[in-house]
Design a protein around this ligand. Structure first.
Ligand code: TMP
Length: 221
């Protein structure tokens, strides 16, 4: 059976700790001798990072929802072509901090553009690439936002356009993640991020390990 390497994504509302969990997971896989590519969106490639700046710069208040959606996918298309597909074809595990599910919940649900338009553009940008496993690190909206705002203030971050959105916007994001986990229970797993880093990492590993084992054995079969 020919099958590409596993493609795993981490998702979650602001301040959920998903990036930390992604780093812990990659390190764990590398320690086991697996070849891992870490990616992040919006961004990833050097061109994607330039698009990220336009998307997240707090000064760009005028960016309209459709332009926002298309720029998210522009960065993703570059990432899919330049990094993700070649890595998966070479047998490397790819771990992406956010992917199309983010567009589904932020632009599709919270901005109100709807899921259909997101899936339409996804077909062009990602050409059928869907994660094998998606871990949604869930966090109480107010707690997550407080964490994110604290971190931005400490680092003088200017990429705050989206985390400055209203509490109602971020509540819609969280609810849409819950809905996604309900709609796609095999691929999308909700993990309680309101605990210690180690506790969350243990849960992440208990979900990832069997999936990696089955997909990697398919690749080498
Ligand atoms: P980050 O904080 O995980 O780097 O994500 C940056 C912001 O971009 C975050 O507020 C979520 C948002 N975002 C979208 O709105 N749509 C998307 O498709 C992606 C990838 C991120």
């Amino acid at each position: 059976m020919t099958r590409r390497a596993p493609f795993i994504t981490l998702e979650g509302p602001e301040g959920s700790g998903k990036s930390t969990q992604g780093r812990i997971l990659s390190a764990r896989l590398r320690a086991m001798g697996r070849d891992v590519l870490d990616s992040a969106e919006p961004g990833g490639t050097p061109i994607g990072m330039q698009i990220r700046r336009v998307l997240l710069d707090a000064k760009n208040n005028d960016l309209c929802p459709t332009a926002e959606l298309l720029l998210m996918f522009a960065a993703r298309a570059q990432n899919v072509d330049q990094w993700i597909l070649p890595a998966l074809a070479a047998g490397r595990i790819v771990i992406s901090d956010r992917f199309t599910d983010s567009t589904l919940v932020y632009q599709g649900a919270a901005r109100g553009l709807g899921a259909d338009v997101v899936y339409d553009v996804d077909r062009i940008a990602c050409r059928g690439l869907v994660p094998d496993l998606t871990l949604v690190i869930d966090i109480d909206t107010e707690m997550g936002l407080a964490r994110a705002h604290r971190r931005s203030a400490q680092t003088n971050d200017i990429e705050t356009r989206l985390d400055q959105e209203s509490l109602a916007f971020h509540r819609k994001v969280r609810a849409a993640y819950h809905q996604l986990a309900e709609d796609e229970p095999r691929r999308v797993r909700l993990i309680d991020g309101g605990r210690t880093e180690q506790e969350v990492a243990a849960d992440v590993w208990s979900v990832v390990e069997p999936v990696i084992a089955s997909l990697v054995s398919d690749v080498t079969r």
